[in-house]
Design a protein around this ligand. Structure first.
Ligand SMILES: NC(=O)c1ccc[n+]([C@@H]2O[C@H](COP(=O)([O-])OP(=O)(O)OC[C@H]3O[C@@H](n4cnc5c(N)ncnc54)[C@H](O)[C@@H]3O)[C@@H](O)[C@H]2O)c1
Length: 347
């Protein structure tokens, strides 16, 4: 039985980590910590286990693994602390806030011989898994271009905090680009078995404001033009200002056809082969923030995959090294916007 502790007991823990660990028969939730102690207490009461008074107290316990679900700026420091304490780590995205931090996490996992997984859950969505399989088998030929979008009305409707850290540069460091753009960038790497090597971007704050009317200190929209190593060209839009329905769609255009993921409310995957009938697949529905915050229970398969790797002593499927590639693109996009020029991504 894998014994698990969770650090950070906010929304993502409430709707995903805690219930998904609880549903997994190979693990047991034994400890919780949050700066807001009452949140840890609430979860300990609901799932069993101890509400700890500090990260150190939690890490001193007999645990195999830890989920790190705190504000972005603390991901690296807490993950490193946990790895050095001999725990396997599942850290939420965005992995960290700098390349140096990503490298330090990867090195620390390797030095301690522990697994480090990053919660890039888009890789587990059914239509993405199927699209990956179809692209790999050559169903749409060589990929020419793509368009990927992740937009919703913003994190205010997601967290339980009115004055959420998501808008505060000191705690979040980045806005929509690292919150949503990192998902879609990682997804492109996965779907295409490729890497973004150059980015031209506008990473901007167009609409969101603090209660006093001043603009938030992180971006609320990011539009990026990506070039990949294999030569594909694509657009990525991450937005916190889609005030209608959430958009979580990705379209890949190849020499023999095109694949559309989550672009249609009914058919999560549409395969349009050149000069052939269109194939409509009803695999699943992408769960929106709206559904999850109104009590909808989902399984993102992130936790099952993490626990599965620990039980079977295999490598996690989304390693720190793999996820850090998307973070490098996020950082390059920020740089591109800052200097108003295309930026090469350093790997
Ligand atoms: N995979 C996904 O799709 C997804 C979705 C939402 C959030 N997230 C990520 O999960 C993380 C948490 O987000 P959330 O939505 O749960 O936010 P949240 O504000 O609801 O919860 C964060 C919790 O962490 C606590 N916290 C913050 N810094 C801490 C620290 N240094 N030590 C201890 N506790 C600390 C806060 O008190 C709060 O309870 C973020 O990094 C976010 O990007 C991932």
């Amino acid at each position: 039985m894998i014994k698990v502790g969770i650090i950070g007991c906010g929304k993502i823990t409430e709707v995903r980590h805690a219930p998904e660990y609880d549903d997994n028969k190979d693990c047991e939730l034994v400890a919780f910590f949050d700066n807001m102690h009452e949140r840890a207490e609430l979860l300990a009461k609901q799932y069993g286990g101890v509400a700890c008074d500090s990260v150190e107290q939690l890490l001193a316990m007999d645990l195999d693994a830890v989920s790190v679900c705190v504000a972005n700026v603390a991901h690296a420091q807490i993950s490193i602390q946990a790895l050095n304490a001999g725990k396997h780590v599942l850290c939420e995205k965005p992995m960290a806030i700098s390349v140096d931090e990503c490298n330090a996490m990867i090195e620390c996992a390797s030095k301690n011989n522990k697994q480090l997984m990053i919660g890039q859950n888009q890789r587990f969505a059914n239509a993405h898994v199927k699209a990956h399989e179809l692209i790999k088998s050559g169903e749409i030929g060589d990929v020419i271009s793509f368009r990927t979008t992740f937009g919703h009305p913003g994190p205010e409707g997601w967290t339980n905090d009115k004055n959420s850290w998501f808008f505060d540069k000191k705690l979040a460091k980045f806005g929509a680009m690292a919150d949503l753009g990192v998902h879609k960038t990682d997804l492109i790497h996965y779907l295409l078995d490729d890497e973004v090597i150059e980015v031209s971007a506008k990473v901007v704050t167009l609409d969101k404001k603090f209660p006093d009317g001043s603009p938030i200190t992180v971006d609320d929209n990011s539009m990026c033009l990506y070039t990949t190593k294999k030569g594909a060209l694509g657009m990525m839009h991450a937005s916190w200002t889609f005030y209608g329905e959430e958009d979580n769609s990705t379209i890949i255009y190849g020499t023999k056809g095109c694949i559309k993921c989550y672009s249609d409310p009914k058919y999560s995957l549409i395969v349009e082969r050149r000069d052939q009938d269109v194939e409509y697949l009803e695999l699943d529905v992408m769960t929106s923030n709206k559904e999850q915050t109104s009590g909808g229970r989902v399984n993102t398969f992130v936790i099952d995959s993490f626990i599965d790797a620990l039980v079977n002593k295999t490598d996690v499927v989304i390693s720190g090294k793999e996820a850090s590639k998307a973070m490098r693109v996020v950082l390059a996009a920020n740089k591109s916007s800052e200097i108003n020029q295309a930026v090469k991504v350093e790997y």
